[in-house]
Design a protein around this ligand. Structure first.
Ligand code: UT7
Length: 324
């Protein structure tokens, strides 16, 4: 008997306000042409005043629960990946818990920066496969607009706000039934790379939230190396070849990183889900946002093999394989 975490529902939320590249060109010395050419980003969504990460997460969750056809009370575990929690503590996941009435669940946040969703998925999957929970809510939610230096053109043009969520249900089975669900997760980190990408604040450091600081060119270079390696690791560990992959759902940081990683991995660009042009980099939210979009428009169908990959501050990097 094998237990697998099968996706039952998915949801996404983007704040109403859209900030275009032309809008940004009024704030810092940049241009639509530069941003599109170097990143593929055309616009990003920005949370309204007072709209918090938990609000975005709750909107996405309500959709995911409806799609799964279950009530919040049926959720046993909530894992929320974020680097921009509402408060230093308690976990933003407990805010979502309260709002959806998941009162018997246990809820906590995971901090793995842009890899947060895959880390959260891996944790939830392990709880489900161990039999410690039956139904999990996995969320990636961020309000990066709150931790940007709006005078720094090398970072403020890159990020956006949003949230995505999936509901996983533990399913037992034999034979064909066991094929669906999370097949594997592969997590990595390297604390030696801290200085390349970090927020220059924190409760213990200077009692502030800080803003994003990044050495973009070096992060770019390392991202392509690490992401293609972890995609290879995910395929090899399952005995898959690139031909088996139906959809690559990458963390959406920069279209050039996405393309280079897919090419280096030998995966056709036609199999890649891209949202970075409209969402920019939403950190831990980018993968569940992309998954939701591609599942909603029937690109991702039941039985498809989906490979997810992400890399972010820490460094952290990760991949997951999932039979939809
Ligand atoms: O989720 C993981 C986190 N982050 C990432 O994955 C981001 C990784 N890095 C990147 O996406 C890219 O490195 C950037 C988009 C950040 C930068 O692109 P690049 O092609 O690596 O440009 P660069 O940093 O080498 O900068 C080239 C030039 C510089 O001018 P000089 O020194 O050549 O005169 C920058 O000052 O472009 C300048 N520049 C800009 N110009 C207009 C940097 N940002 C901007 C801007 N508008 N927004």
């Amino acid at each position: 008997m094998v237990i697998r975490s099968v996706v039952q529902g998915w949801g996404a939320y983007l704040p109403e306000k859209i900030l275009t590249n032309d809008d940004l060109a009024k704030i810092v010395e940049t241009s639509d042409e530069w941003i599109v050419e170097r990143t593929g980003i055309r616009q990003r969504h920005i949370a309204a005043d007072g709209e918090m990460t938990s609000d975005l997460a709750t909107h996405a969750t309500v959709q995911a629960l409806a799609r799964a056809g279950i009530d919040g009370a049926e959720i046993d575990i909530i894992v929320l990946g974020t680097a921009t929690p509402d408060e230093t503590f308690p976990a933003t996941a407990t805010r979502v818990q309260e709002r959806i009435g998941a009162h018997t669940a246990f809820a906590f946040d995971v901090q793995a920066a842009c890899s947060g969703f895959i880390y959260a998925l891996a944790l939830a999957d392990n709880f489900l496969r161990l039999g410690q929970a039956r139904t999990a809510l996995v969320i990636g939610a961020e309000t990066f607009s709150r931790i940007l230096d709006w005078q720094d053109r090398t970072t403020c043009v890159l990020f956006g706000d949003g949230a995505g969520a999936v509901v996983l249900r533990a399913e037992e089975g034999t034979g064909a039934n066991t094929d669906r669900g999370v097949l594997s997760t592969h997590l990595h980190s390297d604390g030696r790379q801290h200085d390349l990408l970090y927020a220059d604040g924190g409760p213990s450091f200077n009692q502030m939230a800080g803003v994003v600081r990044m050495q973009g060119r070096e992060v770019f270079r390392q991202a392509v190396i690490k992401l293609s390696a972890v995609v290879g690791e995910a395929l090899v560990s399952n005995g898959f070849s690139v031909a088996d992959v139906d959809w690559l759902v990458p963390h959406q940081a920069n279209k050039r990183i996405l393309d280079s990683t897919a090419r280096k991995s030998g995966i056709s660009l036609k199999k890649m889900v891209v949202t970075v042009d409209r969402h920019a980099n939403t950190s831990a939210a980018s993968i569940p946002l992309a998954l939701s979009e591609a599942a909603n428009d029937d690109r991702i169908k039941q039985g498809d093999l989906v490979v997810m990959e992400a890399m972010g501050a820490g460094f952290t990097w990760a991949a997951a394989t999932l039979r939809w």
